[in-house]
Write a protein that binds this ligand. Sequence first.
Ligand SMILES: [Ca+2]
Ligand SMILES: [Ca+2]
Ligand SMILES: [Ca+2]
Ligand SMILES: [Ca+2]
Length: 130
Amino acid sequence: MKTQVMAAAVAALLAGAAGPASAQVTDVEVGLIKADVNGDQMLSKGEVVLDAMQGFVASDLDGDGVLEATEVGEEMAADPEFTDNDADKSGGLTVDEVVEEKLADFQAIDTDGDGLLSLDELNAAYAPKE
Ligand SMILES: [Ca+2]
Ligand SMILES: [Ca+2]
Ligand SMILES: [Ca+2]
Ligand SMILES: [Ca+2]
């Protein structure tokens, strides 16, 4: 898995920079670091949209600008979020639908309303509850 390779690379980087205490890198942190273009450890709206669009292009296997159920996989297509994001109920997600959803998520995650998502805010939204 690509994610694991990234996680290992990021863990190695952080371990070098901040000592062994940071060797444990969560999926949330990996996602933040991958999307954080300017490296300020916060996600701006632009960074979130860019990341969403890159993910979209990577998933849109036939390049028709629509993510079909077959492209996202059965599990994802069965997710209520997929049907929910499919605003026009066409059975596929367009870039507009994906970006709109990301921006709605952004507002919800940005609890202090400063227009940036911090690791704390991302953890509160995505980290698995123990
Ligand atoms: Ca940033
Ligand atoms: Ca497609
Ligand atoms: Ca649609
Ligand atoms: Ca914030």
